[in-house]
Design a protein around this ligand. Structure first.
Ligand code: DGL
Length: 274
């Protein structure tokens, strides 16, 4: 591995705009770091696709960010982290951080030795990646994983409050509460926007509070630790965020600003081909 330029940006990619929840958590935790975010808006969603296809897509996203000379790659997408992280680590000669390992570690810390619930896309659940990551952390913690596919389009539509998302979430959370989970990991880029509603619903269903772990925040914390350990942190400076997308869908600005938590004013947005 050649010497890494600490002033270079960190690359972050996702199947679409949902990974901006991870970019936002990183920007909050690391205010000096420039970020280049790539959202594969032309091919989203990944969560319903085969592992083979997701691996192919992940390779092309990573190559685009390597072209931009990023110093480190954050895979914001849980589905990509679930099926392609080992391949990316082998093939790239920069550090690669996914969201599953940090999410699993934070989940284990929150659940003690009790059962840990995970909600995620169908692809992430089918991969068994959270089960493996949790077992690597503490083999006594049992994972109860549940695909919660309807929550993704609801969040995309901006339906994060009200009866429809509440009832959908309840349907997915009920079996978890019946299984007596002690904490729940939000294993998908979109779910942090539902975090407060999910917390309330869990409490109502269980009659006690159940900690909810946001894997975006856990990833940002782990990234801070990695930059510090390896002396890769950028010098003090005003951070920049550039957005690359593979399609500029209608209502792009609306949707992106919801995930990012602020307007896109002043940000550079570029459409790219993979
Ligand atoms: N980014 C995906 C994930 O975190 C959710 C959206 C999709 O299915 O592509 O798993």
């Amino acid at each position: 591995m050649s010497a890494i330029d600490v002033t270079a940006p960190i690359g972050v990619f996702d199947s679409g705009l949902g990974g901006l929840t991870v970019a936002r958590a990183i920007a909050d935790a690391l205010p000096n770091e420039h970020l280049v975010y790539l959202g594969d808006t032309a091919r989203v969603p990944y969560g319903t696709r085969s592992a083979h296809t997701v691996i192919r897509y992940a390779r092309s996203c990573a190559a685009k960010l390597i072209e931009r000379r990023v110093k480190l790659l954050v895979v914001a997408c849980n589905t990509v982290s679930a099926v392609a992280i080992d391949m990316l680590r082998v093939e790239l000669d920069i550090p690669v951080l996914g969201v599953i390992e940090p999410g699993a570690r934070a989940g284990v810390a929150a659940s003690g030795t009790g059962r840990l619930g995970v909600i995620a896309t169908a692809g992430t659940v089918a991969s068994g990646a959270y089960v493996r990551a949790v077992a690597a952390e503490n083999s006594r913690v049992e994972v109860v994983a549940q695909a919660a596919p309807l929550l993704v389009p609801l969040v995309e539509e901006g339906w994060t409050t009200g009866e429809v998302p509440r009832l959908a979430a309840r349907r997915y959370l009920t079996p978890m509460v019946e299984a007596d989970i002690k904490a729940l990991v939000l294993g998908c880029t979109h779910y942090p926007l539902l975090a407060s509603m999910i917390t309330t619903e869990l409490e109502e269903l269980a009659g006690r509070s159940i900690p909810v772990v946001d894997s975006a925040r856990a990833t940002a914390d782990e990234l801070s630790a990695i930059l510090e350990e390896r002396a890769l942190g950028a010098p003090e400076r005003p951070a920049e965020l550039s957005l690359l997308v593979t399609d500029l869908p209608e209502r792009f600005a609306d949707s992106a600003s919801r995930f990012l938590g602020h307007s896109l004013e002043g940000l550079s947005v570029e459409a790219v081909d993979l």
